[in-house]
Design a protein around this ligand. Sequence first.
Ligand code: FAD
Ligand code: EPU
Length: 348
Amino acid sequence: MNVKNNVNLKPFHTFGVDIPCDFLIEAYEVDDIIQAFQNKDWVDIPKLILGKGSNVFFTQPYHGVVIVNRLQGKSLVEKDGYYHLHISGGEDWPSLVEWSLAQGVNGLENLALIPGCAGSAPIQNIGAYGVEFKDICEYVDYLDLDSFQIKRLSAKECEFSYRDSIFKQALRNKVVITAVGIVLNKSWKPNLSYGPLQAESDLLTTPKSVFDLVCEIRRSKLPDPALIGNAGSFFKNPIISHAAYEKLKSAHPDVNGYETEDGVKMAAGWLIDRCGLKGHQVGDAQVHPQQALVIVNTGSASAKDVLDLAWFIKQTVLSKYNINLEHEVRFFTATEESQLDDIINSSH
Ligand code: FAD
Ligand code: EPU
């Protein structure tokens, strides 16, 4: 196990903010993870697993051990009309999507270009363009941090919902995901449930054509973290009651809403945009001028710039629409995960 001390996390997360951590290891084997958790010198210090760092935001220097998931390996089996993929947790998700298409294994194309590791995909049940991880998941394997045994959950046991799963709830901080099982039907049908894909349905007759269009839409809307720091959608799309939605719709006929089991899912980007916040800036943190749901680091944003901007967005939307935005991005303080409200309230 190769331990590095006092490491700048800038290359290990996509926001591109300069933040040090006390210790960092890159785990190429499950045993590296076990050793980090069993290291007697580290018993009392916090530990954080990172994939590609594309859904995290560090609010302070991290006084603990960052363990970067580098577990590699892919296998593919055909059985009873399905492809079954077993993918190690550290595999790069966008590369996996391209690899599977190149094998003629189709069904991941709507999830193209989502940054991150395969092992992170179940955590917030990644989703885009009408497909979520739950739709293609067969199982998730994890290292249980009590017993240090590898265990398996079926897709159903993962309790997936919109940007949520058991890994953000009952199993948070208790497991490290080591591999995912994906199941794909051999007889491919395009999933064109997302509006802009539906509009092009005549042209979307092959998996590659869906893949290409999804990539094109994403590139036109979402900033590339290699060019400008960001963590994708900063806030989740809020789910509001039917009554609240009808009231909003009568005042703003152009509002978008999608029926869900729990109410109507609203576009947070629309709310932030209609508050006039596109391009709004605090220091070097900015509401992306093309996509209001994304906060970007225009240069040397400090953690405080991002926190202050996120709080300003949240308060502005709350006072104008009476809707409380929750952040999708996971916040980490010096020692633990935290929430925007708690951080702001504790600073006053
Ligand atoms: P990280 O950011 O490294 O980690 C995320 C969280 O999971 C952290 O709390 C971390 O501690 C924990 N974690 C990581 N790995 C493990 C593990 N093996 N075991 C246990 N816990 C672990 N998301 C979508 O759903 N849809 C999108 O369309 C989308 N688009 C995006 C576009 C951009 C430009 C960016 C920057 C992000 C986007 N995201 C999107 C968010 C992000 O891609 C996903 O959340 C992704 O799954 C994060 O993977 P990661 O490896 O970077 O996780
Ligand atoms: N909109 C605006 N102004 C904006 C941004 C969006 O009016 O500045 C409107 C759009 O016109 C559209 C609606 O909001 O009518 C929804 O926008 P879009 O289709 O771009 O999707 P989104 O709600 O902003 C969600 C996910 C993305 C995912 C896309 C595509 C969340 C929080 N975000 O974004 O996921 O890629 O749909 O499915 O659910 C992520 O989670 O990091 C992420 C990027």
